[in-house]
Structures are given as structure tokens and as C-alpha cells.
Ligand binder design. Structure first.
Ligand code: UDP
Ligand code: MG
Length: 333
């Protein structure tokens, strides 16, 4: 795990999207936490995810004064997960720590996370105990998401472990060899395996700015997570289809029986209509599900780059893994 000079190198990756109001205080708290680490070289990669406020200017100003800071800027807003991926691509260190840049992930937890890494763990997950400013709705939807994912998903997630974690180099390299478009890093981190440990923390309220995870974005992320890590929904379609077919046969047998032995005439218009509607509905739902999977196959098939950069650090090494190489355009703006 030792780097070339015998000193371990930890790189913090922080994605920022319109965080102009909070980014400076985050930087101050982060560097305070990093300076308390002994015998470890540290650096920071800020990824500006196409911000439309002053975030990029502020980051560039910070990087001018601090040589350990590198700034990447994506050509537009690609979303949190892609911004994290871009940061991982450039964070060529013995361990990478990913965290939000809005101070909701407390930098003072870093020394404890680093201790676990030095003990030999490959993945150290920060696990949120309580989110100070999370609405009732956000808490319930979040709990529902983890319950559903763990029920259906082929890999299991730790509830509350949301993109605040330390990853050793082998884990980071493994993630970069996964070129899928619909990226849900917490699921991918669970999928790659390696030894892991959790560190609980209480999420502070956002000191400034606002959450970019609207309900619509959270819904998209939940769908991505379930469909990317599970074939259960599509298998459910088969089982449900067979179940409905069996019911239809039973109903048919019952109708024949009543006509032959009870002499009943056909009434039941309502039940027929109900049946047709139920079947039509079920079919539409499952055709939709198949469409979701098919859409994913189509998008993966295009193998588009994951992101484009409009700014990259002068001295940046080329992306670390061959598999991630095609996901880059290494042009300067
Ligand atoms: N973020 C990003 N791109 C986006 C949305 C968010 O890079 O399109 C960053 C954002 O700047 C923050 C982190 O991802 O550092 C988490 O976002 P946010 O705080 O809005 O999410 P929440 O904490 O409300 O779930
Ligand atoms: Mg936040």
C-alpha cells in the first residue's frame, strides 16, 4: 500500500455544484482536519459539476494559493455520481476519501476513518445516524429506498451510507474498471467487495445553499439503483404473469362449471371488465419495466464518454486505469 516515497498519500474528492456560499468554509474545515493527520501526505480534488454560480472561481482562487488542491471542471452539470467518478479518475493516491462539499459530511471524522484504513480496511463507510435538516418525507423515502433495495438488490447497502467514504487504491481502481453509465457508487462499492468497516456520524444541517437532490432526482437515483443491481423486477413480471394466467384458468373452469351444472347464464359484465383492466394494467407495468432494462442496454451500448472536462489541473496524470481512459476528453478549455 506504500507509495513511491514511503509516505502514504490520501486524496479527498469533493464534488461541488453551486456551492459558492459554503465552499470556502468547507475548505477551511477540511484543511484543518487534514493537517491533524501525521505522516500522511494529503491532497484535495475539487470537481466543479458545471456550477452556474461563483463556485469555480472560488475553487480556482483556492488552488492558486494551495498547491495540494486540484480543480476539475465538468463541461456541464453531469450529476453527483459522475462528478465523483471524474474525481476518482484523477485522485491517484493510496486512498481516496469522497465527501460532499456542503459540510454535511463532517471533516472531523476523517482522522478516525484514516485510522481504520491504516488498520487494513479497504472501505471505510461514514454512516449517517440522523440528518439534522432532513424533512420527514426525505427520511421516510430514504428508509424506504434502503429497505426496497436490500429486498430486491443482488448486493446489500448499509442504510445511511451515502457517498461519504474512504476507499483504498485497489477499491478505487476496481470502481474505475466499471464503465457503466447509470452509476450508483454506493451500490458499486458494495458490489466490488473488500474488507469494510462503518463509522457512524450525525449529519449537520446545511450551513448555506440548498439541496440539489429534489424528489425527482432521488426517484431517478432509486430507480437507477434498483435496476442496476437487480433483475428481480423483471423476474417478478414472469411470476406475476404466470400467477395471473393460473387465476384465469381457474376462473374459466369455474365459469364452465356454473354453466353446465347451475345452468347460470352469463352475467358478470363488471367482473369481465375488471379482469380486462387488471390484465391490461399488469401488462403495461411490465412492458414498462422491460422498457427500462432495454433502455439501459441501449445506453450502455452507445458507450459514450461519461463526462467532458472544460478545465483540468496542469500537472494531472492521465486517468489511472485503462478501462476509464475512454471516458475522458483530456482537452483544456
Ligand atoms: N452535487 C453535484 N452535482 C449535482 C448535485 C449535487 O456535484 O448535480 C454535489 C453537491 O455540491 C454536494 C453533494 O453533491 O457536495 C451532495 O448534494 P446535496 O447536498 O445537494 O444532496 P443532499 O445532501 O441534500 O442529499
Ligand atoms: Mg447535502
Amino acid at each position: 500500500m506504500r507509495s513511491t516515497y514511503g509516505v502514504l498519500h490520501l486524496c479527498v474528492v469533493a464534488p461541488c455544484y453551486n456551492e459558492g456560499a459554503v465552499i470556502e468554509s468547507f475548505y477551511v474545515e477540511l484543511t484543518a482536519a487534514l493537517s491533524s493527520l501525521e505522516c500522511i501526505r494529503t491532497s484535495i480534488v475539487f470537481v466543479d459539476d458545471g456550477s452556474s454560480d461563483a463556485t469555480l472561481q472560488i475553487l480556482n482562487r483556492i488552488a492558486e494559493k494551495d498547491a495540494t488542491v486540484q480543480v476539475l471542471s465538468l463541461s456541464r452539470n453531469f450529476g453527483h455520481q459522475i462528478a465523483l467518478t471524474a474525481g476518482l479518475d484523477f485522485a491517484d493516491a493510496d486512498a481516496v476519501l469522497i465527501m460532499d462539499s456542503d459540510l454535511q459530511h463532517p471533516p472531523k471524522l476523517i482522522p478516525q476513518m484514516v485510522r481504520h484504513w491504516l488498520e487494513g480496511y479497504h472501505v471505510v463507510l461514514g454512516v449517517r445516524r440522523e440528518a439534522a435538516d432532513a424533512s420527514f418525507l426525505k427520511r421516510r423515502t430514504s428508509a424506504g429506498f434502503y429497505a426496497l433495495f436490500n429486498l430486491l438488490g443482488d448486493v446489500k447497502l448499509v442504510a445511511g451510507a451515502a457517498d461519504f467514504c474512504l476507499l483504498s487504491r485497489p477499491v478505487r481502481d476496481a470502481l474505475l474498471r466499471m464503465p457503466e453509465r447509470h452509476r450508483v457508487l454506493r451500490g458499486m462499492i458494495s458490489w466490488v467487495g473488500f474488507s469494510r468497516v462503518t463509522v457512524p456520524y450525525d449529519a449537520a444541517a446545511r450551513p448555506a445553499g440548498e439541496s440539489k437532490y429534489t424528489l425527482a432526482r432521488m426517484w431517478r437515483m432509486a430507480v437507477d439503483a434498483v435496476l442496476s443491481f437487480s433483475s428481480a423486477p423483471i423476474r417478478m413480471a414472469l411470476r406475476a404473469g404466470l400467477g395471473v394466467l393460473l387465476l384465469a384458468f381457474a376462473y374459466f373452469a369455474y365459469t364452465i362449471y356454473t354453466v353446465l351444472f347451475n345452468g347460470a347464464t352469463v352475467k358478470g359484465w363488471a367482473s369481465i371488465v375488471t379482469l380486462i383492466l387488471a390484465l391490461g394494467g399488469a401488462q403495461l407495468v411490465f412492458i414498462g419495466l422491460i422498457g427500462e432494462y432495454l433502455g439501459r442496454v441501449y445506453e450502455e451500448g452507445k458507450r459514450r464518454p461519461l463526462y467532458f472536462l472544460k478545465q483540468r489541473p496542469e500537472a494531472a496524470a492521465k486517468p489511472a486505469t485503462e478501462a476509464s481512459y475512454w471516458s475522458h476528453v483530456s482537452s483544456k478549455s
